[in-house]
Write a protein that binds this ligand. Structure first.
Ligand code: PMP
Length: 386
């Protein structure tokens, strides 16, 4: 039985945005830290390539798996960033990374009542929502602050049972900004192989690391046996509204996911895919990404320092993405109470850690996709109440 209410658990982030916008309509100044999207513009060359595709009437249906030009660009991209070249049949273009999570779980799970999915807690809400929706065994794995919010391979091992079908990994991670270490990922890939489990490696923030180097567990099987990489354009190239992502995986799983695409959206928008080709192949988007990451680093340092200066807050320095996940346990308020108070009294919109799972109690999530000035103003506003 499918559980539609389960899907609602994924909607918390947009609820906060609409509450913040309602306050703005009443004339209140709101500083936004709730939504996980870069505040930079999509690179000009990407827009130009898309406009050109439109002008050339590249506006019809295209193959359900994606256009050849984009798949070839992804082959090169994976070659450079992951160290192997997937076959064209291992690549699927998807309408955003979010959709790919649902398609992947649907493509793998056969008998929900006898299969389990292990996923990080706190974690990106779609994982939990889709696991609930499919009524699959739900094994959430708490990330510990003392382990800098990285998944611990021996904790993963403890949760593996004969029912485990999928382990979901996400590094760099939403909501904590943690980045897994190579040896941890290698160990989890070995565990997956030993126990015949699929790995969904959500690498949507793969290009967004600071000092820690990104490593992909896909190196282990080159996505031929069990690893499915999810990546896309939303975050690295500031293209959240374009709805463009891709998946690399075993041909059998990609074939099934492709059927789901074919029977739901038919294909991803033709001209949007041309924008994706430009994002990967032209040099300007990579240069912009470098500049954006320098700005994100400054913002990260400002927000971490600022949050640590507020009594009752303590905040680790994240190694990737653009999120911080401060511990607020000493304020003796629940995460939801404090997030509501910050929104209503201080005009600061951030998220309760519990939106990402019950292990997020005692934490808040701030997305620092905003200027250093706004960060400083928010810290000042919050400090006035503490
Ligand atoms: N995975 C993670 C961890 C995310 O944070 C997000 C977006 N917030 C996605 C996947 C989905 O990204 P999109 O659908 O925009 O490609």
């Amino acid at each position: 039985m499918l559980d539609f209410e389960g899907l609602r658990t994924g909607a918390g982030i947009f609820d906060v945005l609409s509450r913040a916008q309602a306050l703005e309509r009443q004339g209140k100044r709101i500083l936004h830290f709730e939504i996980g999207q870069p505040d930079f513009c999509t690179p000009e060359v990407v827009k130009k390539a898309t406009k050109k595709a439109l002008d050339e009437n590249f506006t019809g249906y295209v193959p359900a798996h994606g256009i050849l030009e984009l798949k070839e660009a992804i082959q090169d991209e994976i070659g450079v960033t992951r160290g192997f070249r997937p076959s064209l049949d291992q690549i699927l273009i998807v309408p955003g990374g979010n959709a790919a999570i649902y398609y992947m779980l649907r493509a793998v799970i056969k008998d929900p009542h006898n299969e389990e999915i292990i996923h990080p807690n706190p974690g990106f809400p779609t994982y939990r929502a889709v696991v609930h929706y499919l009524n699959t065994g739900n094994i959430s794995l708490p990330l510990k602050e003392e382990n800098e919010f990285r998944l611990n391979p021996s904790d993963v091992e403890d949760k593996i049972s004969s029912k485990t079908r999928i382990i979901i990994l996400n590094s760099p991670q939403n909501p904590t900004g943690s980045v897994m270490k190579k040896e941890e990922l290698v160990r989890i890939a070995e565990l997956a192989e030993e126990n015949d489990i699929y790995l969904l490696s959500d690498e949507i923030y793969s290009k967004m690391t600071y000092d820690e180097k990104f490593y992909s567990c896909s190196k282990h099987d080159e996505c031929k046996e069990r690893t499915v990489i999810l990546d896309g354009f939303s975050k690295a190239y500031s293209m959240t509204g374009w709805r463009l992502g891709y998946v690399i995986g075993p041909e059998k799983i990609i074939d099934r996911m492709g059927l789901l695409i074919s029977m739901t959206v038919s294909c991803v928008n033709a001209f949007i895919q041309k924008g994706g080709v430009a994002a990967l192949k032209m040099k300007e988007p990579q240069e912009e990404l470098k500049r954006n990451m320098m700005a994100f680093r400054k913002r990260r340092d400002s927000i971490v320092e600022g949050l640590n200066s507020i009594p009752g807050f303590s905040c680790l320095k994240p190694q990737g993405a653009f999120y911080v996940f401060p511990n607020i346990k000493s304020t003796s308020k629940t995460s939801k109470e404090l997030a509501d108070e910050l929104l209503l009294e201080n005009g600061v919109a951030c998220l309760s850690g519990t939106i990402f799972g019950d292990a997020g109690e005692g934490y808040l999530r701030f997305s620092y996709a905003t200027s250093v000035d706004i960060i400083n103003e928010a810290i000042k506003n919050i400090k006035e109440s503490f």
